[in-house]
Design a protein around this ligand. Structure first.
Ligand code: G6P
Ligand code: MN
Length: 464
């Protein structure tokens, strides 16, 4: 049973190419999440218009199939669902029950700089891991703190579902500096790994329970339970067999798993390689630690950064979206991100709305769940989700290799958050210089100087 007849959901950064996929997830939820109003907020009017028109079209056409003519609650997203597009954040917050944040401060242009600058010094250039994530944190955190303040002013009861990156650091900042804000931070990666595992085992995802621990983009699946039986050894045995096939596995992925996206295929390959050798399943982002040299080498050889590739993907997608809306060509439909992206974000919203107490892997303050990590540090762990938010489940002891890496990255994250809030160059340098992927204090300083310069317009706290 839902508390309300219908909810108002606002998507901040709603002009993103991710939004249509998100709306498709919303439609899949059916009457688990009745929707009165969907508001897309974006500062980019063009993207807002293109994506907003497609979203309107999706909702109108789904309404024809799903709406109940009598006006009873059977229809979830229906032709009566109001779709509002606005560039005014406060307008989007008024009356909202849930605000989903997917903003990218500085856009892909500044992501490209995040990635390019460390590459100049032979260091990893990645959206969220290493120096790239550090720079993104400096830009995202002040804006997200403003968002949290605005939301508390205009719609204090609303839930902020955050996946603005770097999710873990943004979550830390929100819990530490805007503790009145009702926020849960999430990432689709744990669910993507769960999807892979369920495919390999040939079992439905919801039949499996996972033992997972980490920080965002730095997590490990340690056990997989089916009716209380740990299937990890069985799964490892399967993967050992699979790895004997060598590079041929890559060709099997699209057919066996239904995944055709090149980046996702590469991620699955590297997950399998790491799992094969370590007997735990690392997040694909751990490749940057377990294969430090190899991943940097690959980047330097590629010539293009991921942000530059994504710019092309986005351009194509926006083109398709306009065409679908204009010429009604549903065959052009393509989304950004796997289905689990939307299933995770929207599933979490439905779990809060319906007080389901389902388990989701989310980013929340530790509060004693993980031994050896500070009480208030945000960790990524399974949590029970309901009307009152996310309550982390006890993880307890963590193996030394994982805990050691978590602790040093947690220290880097804590200092980075303080640097972002205080505009402290000193803390920023100390944070960056202890990051495991930064080779020296000198290199840290060069990267920091370049970032402060390149992102100046987004880092007002540092020019004060
Ligand atoms: C995954 C991560 C996100 C990240 C995205 C990057 O979905 O969980 O946090 O933003 O990948 O993908 P991209 O296609 O932009 O490189
Ligand atoms: Mn993520």
């Amino acid at each position: 049973m839902t508390d309300k007849q219908a909810y108002n959901i606002t998507v901040l950064g709603g002009g993103s190419a991710y939004t249509p996929g998100l709306v498709a997830g919303l439609l899949r939820l059916g009457d688990k999440l009745p929707l009165a109003r969907l508001t897309l907020v974006d500062i980019d009017e063009h993207k807002l218009e293109v994506v907003g028109s497609l979203v309107r079209h999706m909702i109108e056409t789904s309404g024809a199939a799903g709406a109940s003519a009598s006006g009873s609650s059977a229809g979830s997203v229906t032709a009566r669902t109001q779709v509002t597009l606005t560039t005014d954040r406060l307008e989007g917050f008024r009356g909202a029950d849930f605000v989903l944040s997917q903003i990218r401060v500085g856009g892909l242009k500044h992501r490209a700089l995040d990635e390019r600058i460390p590459n100049k010094y032979g260091v990893l250039g990645q959206e969220t891991t290493g120096p790239g994530g550090f720079a993104m944190a400096l830009r995202s955190i002040p804006v997200m703190l403003d968002v949290a303040r605005d939301l508390q002013r205009v719609a204090p009861e609303a839930w902020l579902v955050n996946y603005t990156n770097p999710t873990g650091l943004v979550a830390d900042a929100l819990h530490r500096y805007e503790s009145g804000c009702k926020v849960i931070s999430i990432c689709d990666m744990p669910m993507a790994v769960q999807f892979l595992v369920s495919k390999l085992l040939g079992m439905p995802m919801n039949a499996l329970a996972v033992d997972y621990v980490g920080l965002n983009h730095l997590g490990w699946t340690r056990h997989i339970y089916h009716h209380g039986v740990d299937l990890m050894d069985q799964l490892h045995g399967m993967v050992v067999q699979l790895m004997q096939l060598g590079p041929a596995i890559k060709g099997m992925i699209p057919k066996e798993l239904g995944i055709g996206d090149e980046k996702e295929i590469e991620e699955i390959m590297v997950i399998l390689q790491m799992f094969h050798r370590l007997k735990v399943i690392p997040s694909p982002y751990l490749q940057y630690y377990y294969y430090k040299d190899e991943t940097v080498k690959k980047q330097l050889e590629a010539g293009k950064t991921r942000a530059e590739v994504v710019m092309e993907i986005e351009k194509d997608l926006l083109g398709f979206y306009s065409e679908i809306t204009r010429d009604k060509k549903p065959e052009l439909w393509k989304k950004r991100g796997g289905d689990w992206h939307a299933d995770m974000m929207m599933g979490l919203v439905a779990a809060i709305a319906n007080d389901t107490h389902e388990t989701y892997i989310v980013n929340v303050p530790n509060r004693g769940a993980v031994d050896g990590i500070k009480y208030d540090k945000v960790v990524e762990v399974p949590a029970v989700v309901g009307r009152d938010g996310a309550r982390p489940l006890v993880v307890g002891r963590v193996e030394s290799d994982m805990l050691g890496l978590m602790q040093v990255v947690a220290a880097y994250e804590e200092l980075t958050v303080e640097a972002a809030v205080e505009g402290s160059r000193e803390k920023a340098l100390r944070a960056l210089s202890i990051h495991p992927l930064v080779p020296s204090l000198d290199v840290a300083e060069r990267i920091l100087n370049d970032y402060l310069d390149a992102h100046r317009e987004y880092l007002p706290a540092f020019s004060r």
